[in-house]
Design a protein around this ligand. Structure first.
Ligand code: ZN
Length: 452
């Protein structure tokens, strides 16, 4: 494996002076202001660059990369959008479509500064073939992204509007566990520098599985030391359904199913009230905050300032590209920094805080030794170039990439000590061919959906 010496960046997150960094054997071997290059080092000039820890995206749906801007869903809220966008197309997605979608989604994330992606993959039904999931693992391996597969799925038709309106046959619990067992054997690595992890993640806590199945999933995960994830309280419908179906609040229902704890994080939690925040904080449950998607679907704004004050770990996710067409963590950080100020004033957030949400907190949540620029941590980092008129005149150099938002230019990006982005190009990806493959996948998907 090549050994890199990143020479004197203009600004490095966590340091108040220019430092150099040596990457060796997949980790940050040295970091400091007095390092000198050694003979075996490949030297990278970072003199007009800013270095951040690689971003950890804690909620995504790669399958949706071929469902951007579907006209029927442009002006719909979550419930209707689920039915007219993801659930309408999902049964027709082939492993070839899935591979193209995953490759595109991972490409876009790498291009924005992501090095770890936790993808909530939920395309499982009674007749799913293993190739659909394999396509996702393959794409992650091909692009060199640190990858966490949050294994979704529904074991009942449930109260999910999208599921109810589609021809999808839910996956029986026993089949879900058998298939998940195979994935666990083939892909899960629980080491702190793991490149592939499995998380147990029934799609939507209130809607997609009965109580006894959720408890079984919880137990199955705990026995194997796996983390757990799901959607919760993205909109008020979760609360209504929990009251209607179980005569309790959504947060009580989560507790009732044994789905709160340090090993659990939920996407969205937009409608978490004061009681829910306290319960989540007391149990060590975390959030994947996805402000772009929440804005796009008009769901509201998650109360993450109150959540952080209560002691919750805030992490960031870009969510699927059918409701967040950018797939950019840098945009997510920029928006997270801005939007809470609009509600709570200029001291509500600062840039250092949102960078931590997008890196260290996500890594801690997933139990990975990444997300921090420190000796002994994984060599996952992103080097933004400031050598452009776009950044001329910016006084706060360290903050510039988040402050100015997209488009940003990545000079270099590393995952596990391996170069994955060079001068804005994702290594191993032919952009023209990727574009072609994705367009063909979209056309084929549309034709299949229309003819069904
Ligand atoms: Zn989601």
């Amino acid at each position: 494996m090549s050994q890199y010496f990143i020479h004197q960046a203009e600004a490095v997150f966590g340091f108040d002076r220019p430092v150099s960094i040596r990457l060796k054997d997949g980790i940050i071997a040295d970091i400091g202001d007095r390092l000198v290059a050694m003979d075996q080092d490949i030297v990278i000039d970072a003199s007009q660059c800013v270095i951040y820890p690689g971003f950890v995206n804690t909620h995504h749906h790669l399958a949706q990369s071929i469902l951007k801007g579907v006209p029927a869903g442009l002006n719909q809220g979550l419930g209707e959008w689920l039915a007219s966008v993801p659930y309408q197309f999902w049964p027709h997605i082939t492993p070839e479509h899935m591979y193209a979608a995953a490759k595109l989604g991972l490409f876009e994330q790498l291009r924005s500064g992501v090095t770890t992606c936790a993808d909530h993959h939920y395309l499982y039904h009674a007749a799913t073939t293993p190739e659909l999931e394999e396509a996702v693992w393959q794409a992650a391996q091909d692009l060199g992204v640190r990858f966490v597969l949050c294994r979704g799925g529904a074991t009942s038709q449930g109260s999910h509007k999208g599921m109810q309106g589609s021809a999808i046959q839910p996956e029986p619990l026993s089949l879900a566990l058998t298939r998940m067992g195979t994935t666990y054997q083939q892909h899960h690595d629980d080491s702190p520098f793991s490149m592939t992890r499995l998380v147990v993640a029934p799609t939507s806590l209130v809607h997609t599985s009965p109580v006894e199945d959720l408890r079984t999933f919880a137990e199955w995960a705990k026995v194997r030391g796996l983390k757990r994830h799901s959607h919760l309280l993205e909109v008020g419908f979760d609360e209504q359904m929990a009251q209607q179906k179980f005569s309790m609040s959504a947060i009580d229902y989560a507790a009732h199913c044994d789905w709160l704890g340090e090993d659990v994080w939920f996407a969205h939690l937009v409608k978490a009230d004061e009681d829910a925040i306290q319960r989540l904080a007391q149990t060590g449950t975390s959030i994947a905050h996805c402000p772009t998607s929440n804005c796009r679907l008009g769901s509201g704004l998650a109360p993450v300032i109150a959540m952080e004050q209560a002691g919750m770990k805030i992490t960031l996710g870009v969510d699927g590209s059918a409701s967040s067409e950018s797939a950019s963590m840098l945009q997510e950080l920029n928006l997270a920094w801005l939007i809470h100020r609009s509600q709570h004033g200029p001291e509500a957030t600062n840039i250092e805080q949102v960078i931590r949400w997008g890196s260290e907190n996500g890594a801690d949540l997933l139990g990975l030794k990444t997300g921090k620029l420190a000796q002994g941590y994984a060599a996952d980092l992103v080097i933004y170039s400031l050598a452009s008129p776009r950044y001329a005149g910016v006084h706060s150099r360290l903050e510039a990439p988040v402050l100015c938002g997209e488009p940003a230019k990545i000079a270099y990006s590393f995952v596990n000590g391996k170069l994955v982005v060079k001068q804005g190009d994702v290594i191993g990806v032919n952009k023209t061919r990727l574009q072609q493959e994705v367009n063909e996948a979209c056309q084929d998907l549309l034709a299949r959906a229309i003819s069904s």
